[in-house]
Ligand binder design. Structure first.
Ligand SMILES: [Fe+2]
Ligand SMILES: [Fe+2]
Length: 400
């Protein structure tokens, strides 16, 4: 029998707090708790756990002993170590690099997200074809340092958005990219923005962060090695989907933060395409030609040929960088949203629809024939077809 989560914490009061955190959120009802090593050993002798969380009163020696025993058993998929109000993913998961990802403050939702992210990663890690494919990609970046620095500055109570703007202004390439984005037609500004400082003030913290991540990924890859891949088109599509996803999320939830999250997910949703084009250009061209020949979506050809899609590839990379669960879910399932856990309207819904609406906005019906929404999925969430309203939000006036 397999239970998803085991929480080990040696301090009884703290273990009780864990229990309350889990129970108050009403998720992962199968979670079990162990107050010492003997109890934990007995529990995992009976059950395979997908996620093991070590509380803050588990000493480093106990921590090592637990990891050794789990490694010997080869069952627990992920171990999250709770230290100083943050969760760290302990085992080396990804191409031999230790990753301090899933680092997140353990309040309310984020605990649920950390566990859900871990379970998502676990699902993907069990897809041997996906992990083998990732290993074939020799050009995979580590998390961009400017992004980490900006996140740290934004988290610090001593730094302001102005400080972030000054920090970014030292990176000339990044300044140029931010200016290009804010002055693009997507923002329809009445006047040109000419400095990084102004750009950051205009964009705000959340958008600045996601644009830094996107631009740094964009600048590190050379997708044009694949003839079927256009860097300009990729850039236009990513920014277009980001904007439409934000409009949809704000419309449906009335929440600016949700809109920002949808923007980030939209911006990064096709990053796996860039990884494939850069690392495996010939295969990328073969897949594109095969899809065009059969008149089917590229992601379906990827699934057939590679056993994984660009959506999972991108999400897998970003999961290892610790991006939050709703963004990973939206990226990983943007073509097949019904594969995700049913949850009503989420960031995934916004990105799934925005991906199609961006093509509707920029291409005629014949050239976007394979780009369609999953109507059964939308019908499971809405009584009326939301695409009519969303088309008008996206500024699409004809069904063209
Ligand atoms: Fe895609
Ligand atoms: Fe896309």
């Amino acid at each position: 029998m397999s239970k998803p989560v085991l929480i080990i914490e040696m301090d009884p009061a703290e273990l009780n707090r864990w229990r309350q955190r889990i129970e108050s959120r009403g998720f992962f009802s199968e979670t079990v708790f162990a107050g010492d090593l003997a109890q934990a050993t007995q529990l995992w002798a009976e059950t395979d756990f997908r996620v093991v969380i070590l509380g803050q009163h588990v000493s480093s020696a106990e921590d090592t002993a637990i990891l050794d025993r789990l490694a010997a058993k080869n069952s627990a998929s992920l171990v999250l170590v709770f230290r100083d109000a943050e969760l760290f993913q302990k085992p080396i998961l990804f191409r031999g690099r230790p990753c301090p990802s899933l680092a997140t403050h353990l309040q309310g939702e984020t605990l649920e997200w950390a566990i859900r992210s871990a379970l998502l990663l676990d699902d993907w890690r069990q897809n041997r074809r996906l992990t083998t494919l990732m290993e074939r990609m020799t050009r995979l970046p580590s998390i961009p340092s400017l992004y980490v620095e900006v996140c740290q500055k934004l988290q610090s109570s001593e730094s302001s958005l102005e400080d972030v703007a000054v920090h970014i202004s030292h990176d000339l390439a990044m300044c140029a990219t931010l200016l290009r984005i804010v002055n693009s037609t997507a923002f329809a500004l009445a006047r040109q923005i000419t400095t990084a400082f102004e750009a950051v003030m205009f964009l705000g913290a959340a958008q600045t962060k996601s644009l830094i991540l996107f631009s740094q990924l964009f600048s590190k890859f050379n997708g044009s090695k694949a003839r079927s891949f256009s860097m300009d088109e990729f850039w236009l599509h990513s920014v277009g989907v980001a904007n439409i996803a934000r409009w949809i999320a704000r419309e449906e939830t009335g929440d600016i933060t949700h809109g920002d999250e949808a923007y980030t997910a939209g911006l990064l949703h096709d990053v796996g395409r860039l990884l494939l084009a850069d690392n495996l250009p010939e295969l990328t061209d073969r897949i594109a030609a095969g899809a065009a020949g059969k008149g089917k979506p590229v992601w379906q050809s990827e699934q057939e040929v590679l056993g994984a899609t660009h959506a999972e590839i991108g999400a897998y990379l970003l999961a290892n960088w610790g991006l939050p669960y709703p963004i990973l879910d939206a990226i990983g399932y943007h073509h097949n949203p019904q594969q995700s856990a049913p949850d009503g309207f989420t960031t995934l819904t916004a990105v799934h629809a925005a991906n199609v609406l961006d093509y509707e906005k920029r291409f005629d019906a014949a050239s976007r024939a394979t780009k369609t929404v999953d109507t059964a999925y939308l019908r499971s969430i809405f009584t009326d077809d939301p695409m009519i309203k969303w088309r008008s939000l996206a500024g699409i006036t004809t069904s063209g």
